[in-house]
Design a binder for this molecule. Structure first.
Ligand code: AMP
Length: 539
């Protein structure tokens, strides 16, 4: 129609063009396996991303093909984030922590043609290589070393010429990236991210009341680049011109704190387990690292207990709690404190900051209980349903698998939530982890967060165990902090003032480690198997 805006596709090449033309000299720093730091700029990234596109094309990769990566966070992985979509192909990040069987299934299901793999992760591909038919394997390292049956990334880049790149503007609804859901039940399922979804997600992430990432920021994504696009941060940073610091394989508290201080990091993001490691290091030696005051840290992927937020505040670091999923690119909600809460008590503000937050612009939410949509009263619980421009509309190679989508086009998250009158979402449980005792729901997440507020508790997972009278009762599985002691009765006593009487777990068992899945979440199915016979007696 005449008089309308021009057609302009929202694409990854457009993000890269902006980064190169306006922020060419902004830095991208990577920690290499030998712990040295590699430094270059967005200008270098752009040139090398084009070289990679040319090299992949020479290898026979066509628009729409999938190119897999199996790699830590570093500059070569970032080149794949941009170079593969520049070619119109799809960058498919594989989770290095999955079993060989899952990886073989995923690579075959995605139809990956080429695999870019870190030299240090070569043992991982041996777990599945025999069962897949990849055309090429390219090894990423800083030293070119010939290997039988494999190509070397730097040799390939040296013989490729960025000037041979023929720009090919993808359409905004073309696929640019791909990731498989963690699939704690059934087979993992593929989600394809379009250029448009990633571009809009980047803009929304940068908004002041979302993650507020801007040109002056120095961003260190601890969240792996193999987990939902490192929460989109590499693209958001390129769009706004923020410097990036990529930690390589070193994700322990001390290595990260060293990098935060050395590179003057202003913004970081990761799952709670990482932050517990950092807190332990900080508590031991609070003055050892000169961190940027007010450094912001996004915590997501699992619930951020209120105690974690409070403890970081004491070190002058600000936690921002966010929720998302593989199927939502991933950002869905962020717990920013809205202006009507200015002046509220400290207790109220912490309560809000520990919720999963308000939906990000263009993400619409609702919750469905047994009798339809539940009111936003902060009490009624239901399954969270979402829709928006970066929410999956179907699964890759399973277009008929409509079980997770409603008839009117919303995605069923599997998270059981309440939504309060101000719009804050609070996750009470995963639907498959719910505890139903005598017909009443008990929130395992609330019990876990409360337990993790006890000074002796490092981690706590609460599961349902079968009960002859109440059908199910909660059992707490607790890992204590190093050198700390607590008894079962002490922990139950600690919980009593903050939860309903019937919520108090029937027993606490102590363990050395809580099993986790490949994305760092508690593997409650394994705990349920382990403690199935643990018949509680308290009630
Ligand atoms: P994944 O697709 O592996 O990223 O897992 C998504 C799931 O992680 C969500 O459906 C939630 O169950 C959980 N999750 C993500 N962020 C949070 C959060 N902030 N609090 C509680 N659970 C979360």
């Amino acid at each position: 129609m005449k008089g309308l805006m021009m057609e302009y596709d929202l694409t990854i090449p457009a993000i890269l063009r902006r980064a190169e033309s306006l922020f060419a000299d902004k830095s991208i720093v990577s920690r290499l396996p030998d712990r040295s730091l590699h430094r270059y700029t967005y200008a270098d990234l752009g040139r090398r991303a084009r070289s990679l596109a040319v090299a992949l094309k020479d290898l026979g990769v066509q628009p729409g093909d999938r190119v897999a990566t199996l790699a830590w966070n570093h500059h070569q992985h970032l080149e794949a984030y941009f170079g593969v979509p520049l070619l119109g192909a799809v960058v498919h990040t594989l989770n290095i922590r999955l079993s060989g069987e899952d990886l073989a299934y995923i690579v075959a299901n995605a139809g990956d043609k080429v695999l870019l793999v870190d030299e240090t992760l070569l043992p991982v591909i041996e777990k599945f290589r025999a069962n897949v038919s990849l055309e090429r394997i390219v090894v990423m390292s800083s030293t070119a070393r010939p290997r039988e049956g494999m190509l070397d990334y730097e040799t390939l880049m040296a013989s490729s010429d960025a000037s041979r790149f023929e720009p090919r503007e993808p359409k905004e609804n073309d696929a640019a990236a791909m990731c498989y859901s963690s699939g704690t039940t059934g087979r993992p399922k593929g989600v394809l991210y379009s250029h448009r979804a990633i571009a809009l997600h980047s803009m929304a992430s940068a908004m002041a009341d979302t993650l507020a990432i801007s040109e002056g920021d120095v961003v260190l994504p601890v969240v792996p680049m193999f987990h939902v696009n490192a929460w989109g941060l590499p693209y958001t940073c390129a769009l706004v011109g923020a410097a990036q610091v990529l930690p390589g394989p070193y994700l322990d508290g001390e290595s990260l704190l060293d990098l935060f201080a050395r590179e003057r990091v202003t913004f970081t993001a990761g799952v709670p387990t990482i932050w517990f490691g950092i807190l332990a290091a900080l508590d031991k030696a609070p003055d050892r690292w000169a961190l940027r005051p007010g450094m912001r840290m996004v915590v997501g992927g699992s619930a951020a207990p209120r105690s974690l937020i409070e403890r970081f505040d004491k070190h002058g670091l600000r936690v921002l709690h966010a929720w998302g999923m593989t199927e939502t690119t991933p950002l869905g909600s962020v717990a920013f404190v809205r202006s009507s809460l200015v002046g509220a008590s400290e207790d109220e503000v912490y309560t809000v900051r520990a919720k999963q937050g308000l939906p990000v612009a263009f993400v619409e939410v609702r919750a469905r209980g047994e009798n339809g949509l539940v009111p936003h009263d902060g009490v009624a619980m239901g399954e969270l349903e979402v829709r928006g421009p970066w929410v999956a509309g179907s699964y890759f190679s399973a277009p008929d698998d409509q079980g997770r989508f409603t008839d009117d086009g919303w995605f069923k998250t599997g998270d059981i939530v309440s939504i309060d009158p101000l719009g804050y979402i609070e996750i009470k449980d995963r639907s498959k982890d719910l505890i139903k005792s005598g017909g009443e729901w008990i929130s395992s997440v609330a019990l876990e967060n409360a337990l993790m507020g006890h000074p002796a508790v490092a981690e706590a997972a609460v599961i349902a165990v079968p009960h002859p009278k109440w059908q199910e009762r909660p059992l707490a599985v607790v890992m204590l902090r190093e050198g700390q002691k607590a008894t079962e009765e002490e922990l139950l006593e600690f919980l009593r003032p903050s939860v309903a009487r019937f919520w108090v777990p029937d027993a606490v068992v102590f363990t050395d480690a809580i099993p986790r899945n490949a994305t760092g979440k508690f593997l409650k199915s394994a705990l349920r198997d382990r403690y199935r016979e643990h018949v509680p007696t308290r009630i």
